[in-house]
Design a binder for this molecule. Sequence first.
Ligand SMILES: [Zn+2]
Ligand SMILES: [Zn+2]
Length: 326
Amino acid sequence: MRVLHSIITIVALLELRPGGLYCPAGDFYVDPWEPVGRAVITHAHSDHACPGSRNYLTAAPGSAILRERVGPEADIQASPYGERLTLGDTSLSLHPAGHILGSAQVRIESRGEVWVVSGDYKLAPDPTCTPFEPLRCHTFVTESTFGLPIFRWAPETDTIGAIHAWWRANQDAGKTSVLYAYPLGKSQRVLAAIDTSIGPLHAHDAVERYSRAYRDQGVALPPPGSREGATLIVAPPGYEHRGPRVSTALVSGWMRIRGTRRRRSLDRGFVLSDHADWPELLRAIDATGAECVWVTHGFRGPLVRWLQEHGREALAVEARYQEPQA
Ligand SMILES: [Zn+2]
Ligand SMILES: [Zn+2]
């Protein structure tokens, strides 16, 4: 979408280059799509963190999981939330985004102009990460993964209650429950909330690999348990469980869309997302006081139109990848 040219009245702290969002005043990229010199990373999901850059800057609680993503040799600088760093002509700080462990909004200030890049975020409470911090800015770059009015999340306790009921019923019927969840973020959120007194559970190796980094940061998660005898298995989508009596379910924001469960041949679907729903997006944007909003990732058009109709300057900004793990 060639829409960036319309910004002529304000000092642009970011511009869209082939590699992603670039800050000329500070000579860095935010979540670049390809290897660059300096990459400031909002969080370690694969659509935000690609390997091969010369050096990385990320929020301290997420540096271990970023290393899992970009490799043991990568040059990673970890910055505590809120600490101000000078990069070129900018003052840069990272602030909690409430999405997954270590997820950050990037606040960039230069000559009195303040821009904030949200990365992925949510406002709903989540014991596995630091809550979203509202920041004032002139321009806010927001994600819009679930930027349609149909997306409204029920409280997490409702979803976890439904998962408990499904697990219990399967256990009574002699079935193994296989719960598919994205291995970084969603799985840990579910594991932190699940009632382990219901029965023996097992977390797949792909999940446990990240859970270790969560425990290192003080997040209480149950041990991975053994697959043998487990009646609930938390595993990445695609895991194939060999066993005669199995019930499968996916936990994802996408389960809000009718037909997803059937298309994926799942027995159940549970709606739980680590992204803001429509009301949260509007609330977060409003709290920034931003005159201008850049909308990226996901359903951009409807959110841009809504903001324009409500008196804000808004435009859609291209993102290279679709969200696989919402
Ligand atoms: Zn993400
Ligand atoms: Zn994302």
